[in-house]
Design a protein around this ligand. Structure first.
Ligand SMILES: Cc1cc2nc3c(=O)[nH]c(=O)nc-3n(C[C@H](O)[C@H](O)[C@H](O)COP(=O)(O)OP(=O)(O)OC[C@H]3O[C@@H](n4cnc5c(N)ncnc54)[C@H](O)[C@@H]3O)c2cc1C
Length: 466
């Protein structure tokens, strides 16, 4: 619809090169990486470069009563970035400037389209560290990370994105520009509006600038692998490591399905006969060799049949790379299992208290049998945050129905164990019912009140979260 008054207005405000209506591009911007989630076709994709341009887009869309769907790199795994029919997709990728790195205050100020790894590398050059490291760090954006409150592998020691967001600039649905938070080491003025927008998945405002806190670069880490003949024993080892007061900087679990999928995708000599593998790292400086040895002992006591340390940084990096390949390897596995493009993955993101991890893992194995679907489990075990990956045949409605049943059973189990329906991927479209279940009617009403106070016409990323 190149000629609509809204598109003419957008072209006048942003220039024709930032207002895209090519049907291939519209299709490309329909969805994120989540499988089996509804997605519409946007009327237009805009790529603003400044806050003023974002204001112009939000005001123009509001004037025409058209929804706005913010997007980063579309690596999301909950359908939160999926377009709705006729929407303006607000792609933030062109706002990719690192505006400031201040080693004294240990902060950086960035536009939302900066890619996570680009920020991590830029601050590392100044001896600093931006910890949040989602597996998608080479492509996902800081704006997307903030909007989903992304986690990653280092979160077991360093915490998730919200721990590092000090302040935001946000364009509200009204077109007003709100500044939240601070640049100072401390600051408690007013309600914590910064945290309100972290994890809000584009439903409360469009983030146009982020001030993040940084840490000094960590010590070199040492890495260990523990091999188990049962997934639940690996889960038990995680609880024991925490109970010993140890502070690994990484504690990841891969089950047999994932080990085999990774070996088939990119052979690297992983033990595919093992039921589970724990990957642990410590970065505690002079104490690191001792801490690593204690983690190894705990794993052996929990039933590991082999424990070995990476001999050097190259081997450690290869092990980390194997973990990072889990998602593409499982997509490859699904494609091999159900060829002709029919292999689908429903990715769960349940998090439970660490003490309940073994029970969760046992339960997922039982659900796989009951629902008769292959489920591989991988995840940030140290956080109790697991990603059961349910493999379905998209061409077979019965397979899809069994996959969805397994997804729901895992959610139910996670909540019954005192957990949450999403540890890091967000609610999006995939977990809306389960969010309501988790927070209850009062929680739902408070969410709705906040949404209608900030976006009374419901035009910002409609249908997501609640
Ligand atoms: C291989 C792979 C590995 C992954 N590993 C992890 C992991 O370890 N941990 C983890 O947490 N996630 C992981 N993810 C999921 C995903 O990468 C994260 O959710 C990421 O934060 C999304 O960033 P994005 O830039 O792609 O945002 P998108 O997917 O484009 O958008 C995500 C949400 O943010 C909103 N949004 C984006 N930018 C803005 C903005 N400027 N203002 C307002 N709203 C905005 C969107 O509307 C949407 O609701 C992984 C994904 C893949 C494909």
């Amino acid at each position: 619809m190149p000629g609509t008054p809204l598109i003419t207005e957008l072209r006048a405000a942003l220039g024709a090169d930032a207002v895209l209506t090519d049907p291939d591009l519209l299709r490309m911007h329909q969805r994120d990486e989540a499988d089996l989630c509804a997605a519409g076709t946007p009327a237009v994709v805009v790529r603003p470069r400044t806050t003023e341009e974002v204001v112009a887009v939000v005001r123009a869309a509001a004037g025409h009563g058209v929804p706005v769907v913010p997007q980063g790199a579309r690596t999301g795994l909950a359908g939160a970035a999926n377009a709705v029919d006729g929407a303006v997709v607000l792609s933030m990728v062109a706002m990719d400037e690192i505006r400031e790195i201040d080693p004294v205050s240990r902060i950086a100020v960035v536009q939302p389209g900066v890619v996570n790894a680009a920020l991590a590398r830029a601050v590392a050059e100044q001896g600093l560290y931006y910890p949040p490291d989602p597996g998608s760090w080479e492509s996902s954006t800081i704006g997307g990370n903030v909007s989903t409150n992304a986690g990653g592998m280092c979160c077991v020691k360093y915490g998730v994105t919200t721990e590092y967001v000090l302040g935001l600039e946000v364009v509200l649905a009204s077109g007003e520009v709100l500044r939240t938070g601070r640049r100072t080491a401390k600051g408690v003025a007013g309600y914590d509006l910064t945290r309100l927008f972290v994890g809000s998945e584009g439903t409360l405002g469009v983030i146009t600038e982020v001030t993040v806190g940084l840490r000094p670069a960590p010590e070199q880490s040492l890495t260990l692998v523990a091999v188990f003949d049962s997934v639940a024993s690996a889960g038990d080892a995680v609880a024991r490591i925490a109970a010993q007061g140890l502070t690994p900087s990484l504690l990841e679990l891969l089950d047999r399905t994932h080990l085999s999928a990774i070996e088939a995708y990119r052979p690297m000599g992983l033990r595919t006969d093992a039921e589970a593998l724990l990957l642990a790292a410590v970065d505690t400086g002079v104490r690191a060799p001792g801490d690593l040895a204690r983690i190894g002992e705990v794993c052996t006591a929990a039933g590991a049949d082999e424990v070995y340390a990476a001999t050097d940084a190259v081997e450690a990096a290869a092990l980390l790379q194997a973990r990072r390949l889990a998602h593409p390897a499982m997509e490859h596995f699904a494609a091999r299992t159900y060829p002709q493009g029919n292999g689908g993955l429903v990715i769960d993101d349940v998090a439970v208290p660490r003490a309940a991890l073994a029970a969760l893992l046992d339960g997922v194995a039982r659900i796989a049998v009951e629902c008769d679907v292959p489920i591989g489990v991988v995840g940030h075990a140290g956080d109790g945050n697991m990603h059961p990956n349910i493999v379905v045949d998209r061409a077979d409605p019965d397979s899809v129905a069994r996959g969805r049943r397994a997804f729901d059973e895992i959610m139910r189990l996670g909540l019954a164990l005192g957990g949450t329906c999403t540890g890091e991927h967000g609610v999006g479209l995939l977990k809306r019912d389960w969010l309501a279940e988790e927070i209850g009617p009062v929680g739902v009403r408070v969410h709705q009140a906040i949404k209608s106070a900030l976006d009374p016409a419901g035009l910002l990323n409609p249908g997501k979260v609640l």
